[in-house]
Design a protein around this ligand. Structure first.
Ligand SMILES: Cc1cc2nc3c(=O)[nH]c(=O)nc-3n(C[C@H](O)[C@H](O)[C@H](O)COP(=O)(O)O)c2cc1C
Length: 348
């Protein structure tokens, strides 16, 4: 039976509340960023003041290689959050993703909660968002075009979230037909399609299949940050499924291995999943990501210190990235990607 709009909207609120109040991080598993150290360069000649973070992201120039990951929309209460996140992203001139627009396919009731992002951020890259479970079953793609136009999207995220769907009450763990449908969508829609996970990671093999289907971006959203299995386990409030709390491939592993496809395919690699400080953002980039991204920590900062707090936080992170680039002798992000990390065990 199709799920009602009210249920979906209510679920969005519960997700936000749990991400703000409960400990929904992975328990034992880490991102793996902690397993690496930067290789110090005693003879660095990098002029720190000349480091330039500007990069092209789906046709627009952004000032830092950073994306505020898809979080919300689809409930009255989310309009203000999206509005504030968009203001921060616009001031920083970085990219931002919209939370799942599934509800906009069914009702116009919550359209403002999505549209506010483009209203508050007219120039930056804004990416629309829809679930793999929805895409897999589509017969035509007019609805996807409509939700993309709603935010004047520069690209469309498809979130693949099998663990979450599997553990979610009224979840839809049926993705049959997904790859074929993505292939059709890519041909139909005139903006790039990017596939993301939500915290369990995308393997090199899965990424290869997606890129062969014509996808132009992969956001690995690997394990070690927010556990969406954890969120659903807490929502279900019942014993069981705890074995899956820590399911997934660590973010660092996903970035490193998916980056190996760079020579074969032309795509943007987004490094995310537990990127919670400047050092981790630098490690995500050094492992091969073109841009880094974060979700839950940004939501926390917004809650604590508003849009300005989010701006300050991201600026501080990139001051750390700048210092790391100086200390590793990397004058550009491309250079930071070339053998600047070492596995810790090799140091001793
Ligand atoms: C409150 C919240 C809501 C989210 N909603 C969505 C969503 O609607 N669509 C989506 O693709 N990802 C969603 N995500 C997943 C994030 O985009 C991200 O991939 C994931 O949380 C891992 O990043 P993190 O460890 O930095 O939180 C959400 C994350 C949070 C914290």
């Amino acid at each position: 039976m199709a799920e009602s709009s009210n249920h979906i909207s209510q679920r969005k609120i519960e997700h936000l509340e749990l991400c703000l109040t409960d400990d929904v991080a992975f328990k034992q598993k880490t991102t793996g960023f902690d397993k690496y150290e930067f290789i110090h360069c005693a003879i660095t000649e990098v002029e720190i003041g000349k480091i330039d973070f500007k990069t092209n992201f789906f046709g627009k120039e952004i000032s830092y290689p950073f994306l505020i990951s898809c979080m919300t929309g689809g409930a009255k209460e989310t309009e203000n959050i999206n509005g504030q996140l968009a203001l921060a992203a616009s001031e920083l001139n970085i990219a931002i993703g919209v939370g799942s627009q599934r509800l906009a396919l069914e009702t116009k009731q919550f359209n403002e909660s999505y549209k506010i992002i483009r209203k508050n951020a007219p120039k930056i890259p804004v990416l629309g968002n829809i679930g793999a479970a929805q895409i897999a079953k589509l017969k035509d793609y007019d609805g996807i075009k409509y939700i993309a136009e709603l935010v004047e999207a520069d690209g469309m995220f498809i979130h693949a979230n099998p663990v979450q769907e599997l553990l979610q009450k009224r979840g839809e763990p049926d993705f049959s037909g997904l790859l074929r449908s993505i292939e059709k969508l890519v041909k139909f829609i005139n903006i790039p399609v990017i596939v993301k996970e939500v915290g369990a990671g995308i393997s090199k093999d899965a990424a290869k299949k997606l890129l062969e289907a014509g996808v132009k971006g992969i956001d690995v959203a690997g394990a070690g940050g927010t556990s969406w299995a954890g969120v659903e386990i807490l929502r279900n409030n019942e014993v069981g499924n705890y074995e899956f709390w820590d399911w997934g491939l660590p973010a660092s592993y996903c970035i490193r291995t998916v980056a190996e496809l760079k020579g074969k395919f032309d795509f943007i690699l987004i490094g995310s999943g537990g990127v919670n400080n400047g050092i981790e953002a630098a490690k995500a980039l050094a492992l091969g990501a073109d841009i880094a991204a974060s979700a839950r920590i940004i939501l926390h900062e917004l809650n604590k210190a508003g849009a300005e707090g989010v701006q300050i936080l991201i600026k501080e992170w990139f001051e750390i990235v700048r210092k790391i680039m100086f200390l590793t002798g990397s004058s550009s992000i491309e250079e930071l990607k070339t053998n600047k990390l070492i596995r810790k065990e090799k140091l001793y």
